[in-house]
Design a protein around this ligand. Structure first.
Ligand code: NAD
Ligand code: LMR
Length: 326
């Protein structure tokens, strides 16, 4: 090991995604097999003991790349000097809770975390928001970190991207590795638009019938989170952790030539998505930066779907604005 350890802060460390995520980070899958990591775990005071238990298990893994674990219940300390922040901990929707209530409750989490990142994170900080509603939580955090470049704040739609890859792979009978240029547009919610408009297999466009797209593929991908909850009685955790690993690994190490992936990034107004919203786009990664793929033709079907999901993001933004959270 020649490199200094990279500081990785994980919030909600004692939760189910945390449990699936931390061991993969410790084993080198987040950043690479030659990069040592120091974990900084943030939890609410009531869950610190459970996080300590997970830390004991991490110790017991004797991971060669794990250079240390610290546990905090104070965001200011947890984000001090951090290079990578995975914001997983969030307030789940409980019975009778309206969307506005959920956004308000999460404002109480993501505002102080944004402020703490602004105050103390390392200059090269990269933030991935996983906790739902991920896009708008990322917007809240970002708006309280004015000194951090906007492109360091991202929201996770890689799970949706991976879900779309898996569904299309089954339909076409080709391995996921052969499918390129799928894209998730918009919000990480049931309005998202998984698009095959530019998808390719072996350099050729993908032919699937419209009825399958509209009645099967799109709803299956967009409502997969709910289907997992229905089947497991708990929301997706290992697949979400896996997607978080993929998101950061790609961000740091880049996308392959001729391919892209999907991520929620701050809109620069591309494709008519209002500037400043954190929306999913097809993105490439190079030199540690995600960039929106430019110049794609958008057909009428795609346009309507993208507009519908972006309209929901605008609504969420307006709600948190009214609540004084951004
Ligand atoms: P969980 O309830 O098992 O764990 C959440 C943890 O966050 C808990 O341990 C809780 O104590 C902690 N927490 C709450 N407030 C906190 C705060 N202010 N600071 C630090 N920690 C805090 O939930 P989970 O299954 O791990 O899911 C976490 C989030 O990820 C949820 O919001 C879920 O909806 C979301 N999610 C997103 C995606 C995606 O694709 N973007 C996929 C799956 C789940
Ligand atoms: C998922 O996509 O699996 C989750 O975002 C679902 C949820 O509501 O937690």
């Amino acid at each position: 090991m020649t490199q200094a350890p990279v500081n990785v802060t994980v919030t909600g460390a004692a939760g189910q995604i945390g449990y699936a995520l931390l061991f993969r980070i410790a084993s080198g899958q987040l950043l690479g097999q030659d990069v040592p990591v120091k974990l900084r775990l943030l939890e609410i005071p009531q869950a610190v003991k459970a996080a300590e238990g997970t830390a004991m298990e991490l110790d017991d893994g004797a991971f060669p790349l794990l250079a240390g674990i610290d546990i905090f219940d104070d965001p200011k300390q947890a984000f001090e000097g951090t290079n990578i922040a995975l914001l997983v901990g969030a307030r789940p929707r409980s019975k009778g809770m309206e969307r506005g209530d959920l956004l308000e409750a999460n404002g109480g989490i993501f505002k102080p975390q944004g402020e703490a990142i602004n105050a103390g994170a390392a200059d090269d900080i990269k933030v991935l928001v996983v906790g739902n509603p991920a896009n708008t939580n990322a917007l809240i955090a970002r708006s309280h970190a004015p000194d951090v470049p906007a492109d360091r704040f991202t929201a996770m739609t890689r799970l949706d991207h991976n879900r779309a890859l898996a569904q299309l792979s089954k339909k076409l009978g080709v391995p996921v590795t052969e499918i390129k240029k799928l894209a998730i547009w918009g919000n990480h919610s049931a309005t998202q638009y998984p698009s095959v408009q530019h998808a390719e297999v072996a350099g050729k466009g993908v032919e699937v019938d419209q009825a399958w797209l509209e009645n099967d593929f799109i709803p299956t991908v967009a409502k997969r989170g709910a289907a997992i909850i229905e089947a497991r009685g708990l929301s997706s955790a290992a697949s979400a952790a896996s997607a978080a690993i993929d998101h950061v690994y790609t961000w740091v190490n880049g996308t392959a030539e001729g391919d892209w992936t999907s991520a929620g990034v701050v809109s620069d107004g591309s494709y008519g998505v209002a500037e400043g919203l954190i929306s999913s786009f097809p993105v490439t990664a190079k030199n540690g930066k995600y960039e929106i793929v430019q110049g794609l033709e958008i057909d009428d079907f795609s346009r309507a779907r993208i507009d519908a999901s972006v309209a929901e993001l605008v609504e969420e933004r307006d709600t948190v604005q009214k609540l004084g959270l951004i």
